[in-house]
Design a protein around this ligand. Structure first.
Ligand SMILES: [Fe+2]
Ligand SMILES: [Fe+2]
Length: 548
């Protein structure tokens, strides 16, 4: 069953078209006219419209402002925000940095009702298209009766002309208790935002488990805390998410993702009802694919005893947080088509996958998931994925390039090189676990001095919507593990992309920045380089998929 993208409140008069895919999203220009906004609004299709909203006196200010790239980061950016009550004429003023706000765009309102508390959440989205590449913009978010809130963004470079940096981590949580404090929270969940922002990345990848709202008695307030925490960075640079198991808030839509999907404005995936669950965008010569692994994972990771016991109508409505297989192959088909297109593109040098649960792990927290190995790893091998960034395991670990599997029946990925500092991803895919964003489980229960031992979820025991399935776990050799850090509980990675080096190569220098609990200091603790010839994505040098 498809999942709606949040209800769209009718904001305009005489504005009733639908996209061919049934998605109701749209952007509407303010009176002043399409001609006035044309340079920024190549994607706009609607005429100016009148707006009717209730009174505006004492309107609450815009909050939780964050930006996202569209499918083409060089020309498409969306600005999103929220308000604690409906507002009149939500809109975006935007212009070239330092050149005022010459264009005005009316935002779309999307709402959802939280199944636990009954609160209605009002979100606003203003997608922009037709922007020039590698260009800085300033904007103001505004609605009637409240002062503007300012932000900035920069479009991505086009092609191989510019170096840039991006950053990544997963498993963030919030910086202070919300509600009864049932969900995770640490001061580092706040500090890491400043540490990321200090590196001035072009964009950030959030590898799932954003705020753990599904564990909270106050999920809406948890989301508010989350966006309030990240907005000081995310209103200036895209924080592009992947949905993790804790984005599954059972009762919020058929698969629990309605809050996540309503709050973000993400590139389309051509589906009806799964918009935002998986998507892709191009930045420079990198194709980034964000996917939702709950579709393929065996683990029962979305279960929440609190929601089972407190969401009204949980049993009567048949709510079920175990959503394994929910897309019925749609996501995998989309992923294969996207990977084939990226591999065949002369404009793409790097294929990066952002996802939550992992294919390999040597930490005894959750374990890696056999479902990922079955469903996704053959695609990563076939189409030459260069890099996977993930979370779910709350430590830092990275692999050698892997391709194919070792003997033994567990589909254990086979390492294809042994140099831990410089890797050629024509050999295989490098996987990174970057799960120390802020969750308060400080370290996995593994002896840091022991050699790495892989932990794999191979199935689940009996369960139901009322009773969580227990993971069936086995151990395996871990020759794929190139480096891990179990002692430093919090951290993120930065990626410095050089699209064209002397000698015809391109590189990504990866640095892991880690911090102790309670520390604001994120120090570089690990560094390695991915390097290969420009254009090599189309020509993997090792097609051998199975080894002995
Ligand atoms: Fe997590
Ligand atoms: Fe997780």
């Amino acid at each position: 069953m498809a999942e709606g993208k949040g209800s769209r409140r009718r904001m305009t008069l005489g504005d009733s078209d639908e996209r061919p895919d049934g998605d109701l999203r749209r952007q509407t220009l303010l009176p002043g006219g399409p001609a006035a906004t044309a340079p920024l609004m190549a994607g706009a299709r609607r005429a100016p419209a009148l707006v009717w909203r209730p009174g505006v006196a004492g309107a609450p200010p815009p909050e939780q402002i964050h930006v996202q790239f569209g499918a083409d980061a060089a020309s498409q950016v969306a600005v999103s925000w929220a308000a604690p009550a409906p507002v009149a004429r939500p809109r975006l003023r935007v212009g070239l940095a330092g050149d005022g706000y010459g264009r005005e765009v009316l935002a779309e309102e999307r709402v959802y009702t939280d199944a636990l508390t009954g609160e209605i959440v009002h979100t606003y989205h203003a997608p922009l298209a037709g922007l020039p590449p590698d260009t800085a913009f300033g904007y103001q978010v505004v609605h009637d009766g409240a002062g503007p809130v300012a932000g900035t963004f920069r479009t991505g470079p086009r092609g191989r002309g510019s170096q840039f940096r991006f950053t990544s981590f997963g498993d963030h949580s919030v910086p202070a208790p919300v509600g009864r404090g049932l969900g995770p929270h640490t001061p580092n969940a706040g500090y890491i935002v400043d540490a990321v922002d200090a590196l001035d990345p072009l964009f950030h990848l959030m590898n799932g488990d954003l705020c753990y709202a599904n564990m909270s008695d106050a999920p809406v307030a948890t989301w508010t805390s989350y966006f309030t925490n990240i907005t000081r960075s995310a209103r200036h640079r895209p924080w592009m998410p992947a949905a993790g198991n804790h984005e599954n808030e059972v009762g919020n839509g058929p698969h629990g993702h309605l809050a996540y999907r309503t709050r973000f404005e993400l590139p389309g995936n051509g589906s009806v009802g799964f918009e935002g669950n998986w998507y892709a965008f191009t930045v420079g010569a990198i194709r980034v694919l964000s996917i939702n692994n709950d579709d393929v994972c065996l683990q029962d990771g979305g279960f929440s005893a609190y929601r089972r016991d407190h969401v009204p109508g949980y049993r009567a409505h048949g709510y079920d947080p175990y959503i394994h297989g929910y897309s019925h192959g749609r996501q995998r088909a989309w992923l294969e088509a996207e990977l084939a297109a990226a591999q065949g593109s002369e404009a793409i040098d790097w294929i990066v996958v952002c996802m939550h649960q992992v294919a390999m792990s040597s930490a005894r927290l959750n374990g890696a998931d056999l479902g990922i190995r079955r469903e996704l790893m053959p695609l990563f091998d076939t189409y030459g994925v260069d890099l996977v960034v993930a979370g779910h395991e709350h430590h830092y670990e990275r692999t050698f390039p892997v391709r194919g599997v070792l003997a033994g029946g567990l589909l254990t990925p086979a390492p294809r090189s042994s140099d831990p500092t410089e890797m050629d991803t024509r050999d295989g895919t490098v996987h990174m676990i970057i799960g120390g964003g802020g969750h308060s489980v400080l370290r996995p229960a593994v002896d840091p001095g022991a050699p790495p031992e892989g932990v794999l979820i191979v199935g689940v025991g009996p369960g139901s919507p009322q009773s969580q399935r227990r993971s069936v776990i086995t151990a395996e050799p871990a020759p794929w593990s190139a480096h891990r850090n179990l002692a430093t509980p919090f951290g993120f990675a930065s990626f410095d992309v050089v699209p064209a080096e002397p000698g015809g190569t391109t590189s990504i220098t990866v640095t892991y920045h880690g911090a102790a609990a309670g520390s604001r200091v994120y120090a570089p603790l690990d560094r390695f380089v991915l390097r290969k010839p420009v254009g090599a994505t189309r020509y993997p040098r090792d097609r051998q998929l199975v080894t002995g």
